[in-house]
Design a protein around this ligand. Structure first.
Ligand SMILES: [Zn+2]
Length: 267
């Protein structure tokens, strides 16, 4: 990722998405700051990139730096590809324990469709939402039903038995709104599954403002198992299982990320 020089003019101040309170500063990363909600403890970036600057950031050709991982070259044997496969299999196994196929599965942020392909092989009827035009087109070319755009703009098709979103929640402008939208796309008692970095992880605690996952341009919300639980609850979702072990295939080698599984409360 090339260094880009951001100034205060590229930023906006935001409040906690759950309590609508201003945060208290934990780290200054000029022109950004990592702050914490005094009421619910949720950590977020404010000031953060404003929507215009954020668009510029995601439009950089280098943003999909790990394009090789998602490019889907068959038989790829690079370590990133092997890890991707371990995560996919581990996550499908975790989902399958609570929501076995067949069923309708939506992936938000489906990139080039690798997870959709694996879920389809596992017996699910799959559909996706993807912001990147390149990713959406490649998935459509491979025959997947993928909407190119934001989740909120995706057509309301049949509700899903499973909605999953990997490494997405930390990027969205308003995680509570996003989770409400996830709930709307799920049947009652439907299953959701996600992965997200967490700020109560050992690397985050030990490294503080040097934590490699802080990335304040793009990681604008930082959860703990507890704040994830409270934010999800406000959206009508209940977290039932949290995997933090880097030895679990669903989260293999990841010291600072978790995988969470949960259910939609009946509406
Ligand atoms: Zn709050």
């Amino acid at each position: 990722m090339p260094e880009q020089q951001w100034t205060a003019a590229d930023t906006e101040q935001v409040r906690c998405c759950v309590c609508h309170e201003w945060g208290e500063v934990r780290y200054r990363l000029d022109p950004f700051a990592v702050v914490q909600c005094p009421t619910c403890g949720l950590v977020f970036v404010s000031p953060r990139l404003n929507p215009k600057a954020l668009q510029r950031f995601y439009d950089q050709p280098s943003y999909f730096e790990d394009g090789g991982v998602y490019g889907g070259q068959a038989g790829g044997r690079n370590p990133a590809m092997l890890l991707q496969r371990a995560w996919t299999n581990g996550r499908l196994a975790a989902i399958g324990r609570v929501a076995p196929a067949p069923g309708r599965l939506l992936e938000i942020g489906s990139a080039y469709g690798l997870f959709l392909a694996a879920a389809q092989r596992a017996g699910y009827q799959v559909n996706g939402v993807e912001l990147s035009a390149a990713g959406a087109q490649e998935s459509q070319r491979r025959g997947f039903e993928v909407f190119n755009g934001q989740l909120v703009d995706a057509p309301a098709t049949d509700r899903n038995d499973v909605v999953c979103f990997w490494d997405t929640l930390e990027h969205v402008p308003d995680p509570l709104e996003f989770l409400v939208e996830v709930r709307r796309r799920l049947v009652d008692h439907g299953t959701f599954a996600l992965s997200v970095p967490y700020i109560s992880s050992l690397p985050a605690k030990v490294l503080g403002k040097r934590w490699w996952t802080l990335k304040p341009e793009q990681h604008i919300w930082h959860f703990t198992p507890a704040t994830l639980q409270t934010t999800a609850a406000r959206a009508g979702l209940v977290v039932t299982d949290v995997i933090t072990s880097p030895l679990n295939p669903a989260n293999l080698t990841r010291l600072d990320s978790l995988v969470a599984i949960g259910r939609a409360l009946p509406s």
